[in-house]
Design a protein around this ligand. Structure first.
Ligand code: T6T
Length: 326
């Protein structure tokens, strides 16, 4: 390099020497902790995260629990903190129960970013409250998603109105709480002829969501529709409608788009699916972590989009690419 610099100045060139060689560059480790491992939504998020990690030369570790539950997620988080990654991307499974466990990561000097779900109010880096310490929140706009589901269900059941309900996971999860809120607000404000019955909570168990559908239908033979507020709620609600022999009669709007959604839309069991863009969430999660670790400032919130999939567009490749990888 010295000889080249000398030669460069001898012939009047300005040598630009990069600070350090590729092999001196620090390799960062980013851990991604999903809500649960066996969920097409998080499997797709992982793919996006891996694509960014490959592009940036980051080591990505994917470690999660088999259920969407803080009781099993917190030990995974503790074990991850003990391995001292440079950053943790996590989908917290509860708005309050993950605050203290995540503070431990922050205290250990690990950069914390939440993906999909948030802790506290989801307003980070404001100096308010005790859960604003994560650096960024990267996710769908779930209130908007709930409103979109309400509009789709209102359209599916037609002008006359009628009874519908939300099949949901459990209270305390930021995403599904916001979807239910957006759904109910939209119905109240814009579709007053539609009655929203009590929410049925299924603990992320599709079988439970299916039996609940049948129980609600048994009590309300005039039930017109159901909004499945996440992947398992929607699959379960759809199965319940099918088992009750009400395919096409009780309309189903699904949040999320696992592979099975294509058949269910084509068969008429599901009217529309609101697909999130989980690969984008994973991709921007890793990019944000890397930017922060290398001294850049990063946006405190990044919103990713939706694609509404229905019979009219399900075979279009520009739409089908948003169906999740199983
Ligand atoms: O809907 C997604 C995710 O956004 C939510 O936070 C939890 O459930 C899913 O993973 C789907 O199962």
């Amino acid at each position: 390099t010295v000889a080249m610099l000398a030669l460069g100045s001898a012939i009047g060139l300005t040598a630009v020497v990069a600070p350090g060689h590729a092999q001196d560059k620090k390799r960062y480790t980013v851990a991604l902790i999903p809500g649960l491992t066996t969920d097409a939504f998080y499997i797709t998020m992982r793919k996006g995260a891996q694509a960014a990690a490959d592009a940036l030369g980051v080591d990505l570790v994917f470690q999660g629990a088999p259920e969407f539950n803080p009781v099993v997620q917190v030990p995974v988080l503790d074990a991850t903190i003990a391995r001292k990654p440079d950053a943790i991307l996590i989908a917290p499974t509860d708005k309050t129960q993950l605050v203290e466990p995540l503070r431990k990561a922050q205290d250990a000097g690990i950069a914390v970013i939440t993906v999909d779900t948030f802790i506290g109010s989801g307003q980070y880096q404001t100096g308010a409250g005790d859960a604003d310490f994560p650096l960024a929140y990267i996710a769908s706009d779930n209130v908007l998603g709930g409103r979109m589901a309400a509009r789709a269900l209102a359209k599916a059941i037609g002008e006359g109105g009628g009874k519908v309900y939300v099949s949901n996971v459990k209270p305390g999860i930021s995403t599904t709480d916001q979807r239910e809120q957006g759904f109910k607000d939209e119905m109240r404000e814009n579709f007053p002829a539609i009655t929203v019955l009590d929410t049925q909570f299924n603990e992320n168990d599709a079988n439970r969501a299916a039996s609940q559908l049948q129980a609600v239908y048994a009590r309300n033979s005039d039930l017109k529709g159901v909004f499945g507020a996440n992947l398992f709620s929607a699959i379960g609600a759809g199965n319940g409608v099918q088992q009750a022999g009400q395919t096409g009669n009780v309309k189903v709007i699904a949040f999320d788009a696992p592979g099975s959604i294509v058949d269910n839309i084509q068969s008429g069991l599901v009217d529309a699916a609101i697909a999130q863009h989980p690969a984008e969430i994973g991709y921007y999660g890793v990019v944000s972590a890397y930017a922060h670790l290398t001294g850049q400032s990063i946006p405190v919130a990044i919103g990713t989009g939706f694609t509404v999939i229905d019979k009219s567009n399900v075979t279009n490749p520009d739409v089908a690419k948003y169906v999740y990888s199983d």
